[in-house]
Design a binder for this molecule. Sequence first.
Ligand code: DON
Length: 329
Amino acid sequence: MKREIEQEMSYLQVTAKEQLHEWVEQIKEFSSEGKTADYIPALKDMDSSQLGICLIGADGTVIQSGDYESVFTLQSISKVISFIAACLCCGIPYVLERVDVEPTGDAFNSIIRLEMHKPGKPFNPMINAGALTVSSLLSGETAKEKLSYLFDVIIMLTGKTPLINETVFESEWQTSHRNRALAYYLKETNYLQGEVEEVLEVYLKQCSIEVTTEDIALIGLILSLDGYHPVFHKQVIPKEVAKLTKALMLTCGMYNASGKFAAFVGMPAKSGVSGGIMSLVPPNTKKQSPFPDGCGIGIYSPAIDEYGNSVKGVTLLKKIAKEWDLSIF
Ligand code: DON
């Protein structure tokens, strides 16, 4: 997307760009922890040494470093977009009747609390049980119609028509036994609307949408600005939906590492097993911040930890948050 508001960088931003290159190089070289998501065969062979980042400021400044041009699939970052889309088509009260807003402390694909938490309502839209329910609420009857609605929302945010990585989709479609089990359980408890296989197709295809760090940084920026699109100059997400989404990212976006992430990074964020992280910094009053009017952040680095979060990505975010004092707390 052509960004008409691009402008000259401030002194702080020029310094920030240099620092960022240094940190990316250091982390790429010294951090070797984590491994690519092997439970999805098509993700297993991604180059785990990669690390890329894109920051877009509210003033239009773009700072990129490392492997920022790599294309990867949204995976769980799509849960943020489908939640926004469901709120747009059904309204917040309808969505929250079907999915709660509480963190679980369990793995993203955990099934255990569905039966323990009566009457089986998913805890939040950022875990698989909640995301499957949310995908079933999207406007349309068939998988095709629901995806077309989701695509329209993505176009409204990024200005780009999404592409599905069919290899990743097929690979997960064949191996998604746990998601199938979750969806059938949710069908039985009436939280999931429509047919299980249709909903599963929507969910796995939304996970397989290809993006770059710039695409997710832009979505992060729109959320940072409470739903206002700084390039299209209009409110594309209602403020109430944007605020709710950010609260969910902060409390549940990094799964059972969300508490640690809030404590040691302190920014709303959402990860995906392909190694992407979408994060944001709200406008703040800290004078030393290179982005005082807020920014969106997109990161990609495919080696993930046991929670499903990018190891190098989290390390880099921790460094940035500390050095530039970006924590919201
Ligand atoms: O449902 C799944 O297993 C994946 N397609 C998405 C999971 C995911 O990205 C969890 N992330 N950190």
